[in-house]
Design a protein around this ligand. Structure first.
Ligand SMILES: *[C@@H]1O[C@H](CO)[C@@H](O)[C@H](O)[C@H]1NC(C)=O
Ligand SMILES: *[C@@H]1O[C@H](CO)[C@@H](O)[C@H](O)[C@H]1NC(C)=O
Ligand SMILES: *[C@@H]1O[C@H](CO)[C@@H](O)[C@H](O)[C@H]1NC(C)=O
Ligand SMILES: *[C@@H]1O[C@H](CO)[C@@H](O)[C@H](O)[C@H]1NC(C)=O
Ligand SMILES: *[C@@H]1O[C@H](CO)[C@@H](O)[C@H](O)[C@H]1NC(C)=O
Ligand SMILES: *[C@@H]1O[C@H](CO)[C@@H](O)[C@H](O)[C@H]1NC(C)=O
Length: 488
């Protein structure tokens, strides 16, 4: 007894180093934000253990009036003000997919350096080995010299930065090549980068489950070349986008069980320095976990044509899953489960039925054959339970959820599915302990071609994680924890 508790103490103390979680955040969706809105978002993220946001923003003068985006700078000022007084962390994720050629004025190092040094002393600034962590989406259109210049301008002001960009072409290429060779080439081409964000967190146009192979090889390549920046592993729950203008802007990636399986990879295989959830609020690509903004009123967001597949399609319950895995990732131990919950998700029409609007020619939404017509369930229970699922005429599909970590299962849509609200209940000893019904019906007479799922929850809403939401801001400590790789 004494020996084993001593062992536990040592085990706990050896893993109490930084393993931080960020969420990718679209500044473009904050046009109507006040400081109160920032605070609400920081609180909701902190509640599940997220330490900070990676602020994605494009060059503010990319498109000139009437669509200029100079307001980004003011929103970012609000974000830093509010984060600094709420124990929340921020990093920039410069959106460098806006290349100079595609913008009236693209990114320039003078402006970026000014924006970095502006908050260098803020307690909201996230430091890696004492340097300000800087990330990106893309950057190949600017090149290594650009990153080197940015570093050297700031070094001249006595400011160290650690650059961990998402050079997306490399992680994409690595999915269908030898990831080690791709990483080696990237490191040779980009001597100025310190770490990496793997953005490619969906299988790229293939009907396969994403593996962690790219992460493992890229992480090792950075370590082997002595780069000291963080390896940031992206984790995303879904991917569907449809600008209703043809094949090239309409796609879904195979994401049916992506979220839990990616988290499991982070915990049992990769153990990255930082996890970045992709995303907090990118509604247009259907990978948001934030609550939906209201349709009208002062905090409304103008989604344009994409609103057709966003409004009403809540994803909030995915935060219940995130909270569980974040805790495990940070502590190294599968959290003790004290309540019974099932998170479930489903699309609202069978794939490949003709819809009355949207990209409604069958086959135009790329990869639309991939997602399964099914209701998926992720159950986490405090005692062994029976989970019962209904969808249309497929009634009482049952599976056992044990106390041994989350159990994943599904029920397929029946042949004819018309106005069916799926429901999921938790049963034990012949009693129903909790039940919930999806709030949008599945129907073949779909109004808009829509591959964005609705996410529901059976059981109590989650409660804030204790002692979380105060990012250390001191990333970069060596961390070789002894991880519990399976729940039991
Ligand atoms: C650098 O970017 C800022 C922000 O968009 C812009 O105001 C400024 O004119 C740019 N400078 C140059 C030299 O392009
Ligand atoms: C966060 O942690 C710091 C350092 O431990 C502490 O000074 C600060 O009060 C904490 N902030 C919150 C909001 O808990
Ligand atoms: C940050 O703090 C350093 C050291 O006190 C100071 O030299 C520098 O001017 C400060 N920077 C800003 C932007 O406030
Ligand atoms: C992906 O993984 C899930 C869960 O293990 C499995 O049911 C499904 O068949 C897999 N999909 C493919 C395309 O292999
Ligand atoms: C800002 O809010 C108003 C409603 O008050 C809404 O009509 C508008 O579309 C919003 N703007 C953006 C850019 O989201
Ligand atoms: C729960 O289910 C697991 C797997 O079937 C079994 O090993 C375990 O004994 C069960 N626990 C109880 C308390 O019945």
């Amino acid at each position: 007894m004494a020996a084993s508790s001593l062992f536990l103490v040592i085990w706990f103390s050896s893993i109490a180093t930084a393993a931080d979680v960020f969420a990718h955040f679209m500044v473009a969706n904050t046009y109507n934000y006040t400081q109160t809105d920032w605070k609400t978002d920081f609180q909701a993220a902190s509640d599940i253990g997220i330490d900070g946001f990676a602020l994605n923003w494009g060059p503010p003068d990319c498109s000139l009036a009437p669509n200029d985006q100079q307001w980004y700078v003011a929103r970012i000022a609000d974000a830093y003000d509010v984060a600094a007084t709420n124990g929340f962390k921020l990093i920039y994720s410069f959106d460098m997919s806006y290349t100079p050629g595609a913008c009236a004025i693209g990114w320039n190092t003078t402006f970026m350096a000014t924006m970095i040094s502006k908050y260098v002393n803020s307690s909201a600034a996230y430091l890696w080995n004492g340097d300000v962590l800087v990330s990106s989406y893309g950057g190949e259109g600017y090149g290594n010299t650009f990153f080197a210049d940015l570093k050297s301008i700031l070094a001249g002001e006595g400011i160290g930065i650690s650059i961990s960009p998402a050079l997306t072409t490399f992680s994409l290429a690595a999915q269908s090549a030898d990831p080690n060779e791709v990483a080696t080439k990237m490191l040779a081409d980009y001597s100025a980068i310190d770490g990496y964000l793997n953005w490619q967190t969906w299988p790229a146009d293939t009907y396969t489950n994403l593996t962690a192979d790219v992460d493992v090889d890229f992480q090792a390549a950075f370590e082997n070349t002595g780069r000291t920046g963080p390896y940031i592993m992206g984790i995303s729950p879904w991917q569907f986008k449809d600008f209703n203008d043809g094949y090239y802007n309409s796609w879904v990636e195979y994401s049916d069980v992506l979220f839990p399986s990616r988290w499991q990879q982070a915990i049992s295989i990769v153990q990255p320095d930082i996890v970045e959830i992709i995303t907090w609020n990118d509604f247009e690509e259907s990978h948001y976990i934030r609550d939906l903004p209201p349709v009208a009123g002062p905090t409304a967001v103008d989604f344009g044509v994409t609103g057709a597949y966003i409004y009403g399609q809540t994803h909030s319950a995915w935060r219940v899953m995130a909270q569980y895995y974040i805790s495990w990732y940070k502590t190294g131990l599968a959290p003790k489960v004290t309540e019974d919950r099932v998170v479930f998700w489903y699309r609202i029409h069978p794939k490949e039925v003709p819809c009355s609007s949207g990209t409604n020619n069958i086959g135009v939404v790329r990869n639309s054959a991939y997602p399964a017509d099914a209701v998926f369930a992720w159950a986490l229970v405090s005692q062994n339970s029976t989970i019962s699922m209904d969808v249309g005429s497929n009634q009482n599909w049952k599976f056992i959820a044990t106390t041994c970590g989350p159990t994943l299962n599904m029920v397929p849509f029946p042949e004819d599915v018309d106005n069916a609200y799926p429901s999921v209940s938790i049963q034990r000893k012949e009693k129903t302990l909790a039940a919930a019904t999806g709030h949008i019906a599945i129907t073949e007479a779909c109004a808009y071609e829509n591959y964005n799922p609705v996410v529901g929850l059976t059981g109590p809403a989650f409660v804030a994680s204790p002692k979380m939401g105060n990012g250390s801001g001191t990333g970069g400590k060596p961390r070789k924890p002894k991880y519990q790789k399976k729940a039991c």
